[in-house]
Design a protein. Sequence first.
Length: 191
Amino acid sequence: MVTRHVTVENFKAWSRIKTWEDDYEAESAIIAAEQSLDDALGRRIVLAGSTPVTRVYVPTDDTVTLIDDFASISAITNGGATITSYQLEPLNGLSAGGESVPYDCVRLTAGSWYRNGQQATVSITGIPGWPALPAGLPEVVKVLAKAVLDGRNVRLGIAEITADGAVTERDAMLVRNFVRDHRGWRSHGVG
């Protein structure tokens, strides 16, 4: 399921494109932009719901387990034993800039994780997702969707041929900064 952060109507109004053959092009560009953003971030930005889920993880090291995005966590077990001495990170669910972000790390404050090779011995129960969507998310999706549409004129992904000659694709600073500030631990340094 694709999370829709921008509607076709919002995108069409923002892009100032007066005529559209149909909404399919705009919708396809938005979907491609959101999927591309998810890939670059190494995570999906979805607003937290209200239904708790349980997921399992392999401990990252003796005291840290990297987890999916959780807005809140109600229970943690390790090898079947309930864990009560832990710290959720980022601390207070805030980024360095003070923005509400999900927890993506559990650090033990006493003892160490039970580890059995690559078995998933840590179980987390909580509400997955983000406590609030990042403020710049809709603008980033619009910029990316516009780049997808503009890319139709780019030949072989290298350059657009215009009356002024070849023009390479620009790097949108807004997108680059958003990815840098919001990427998850699975992103492998993209940004």
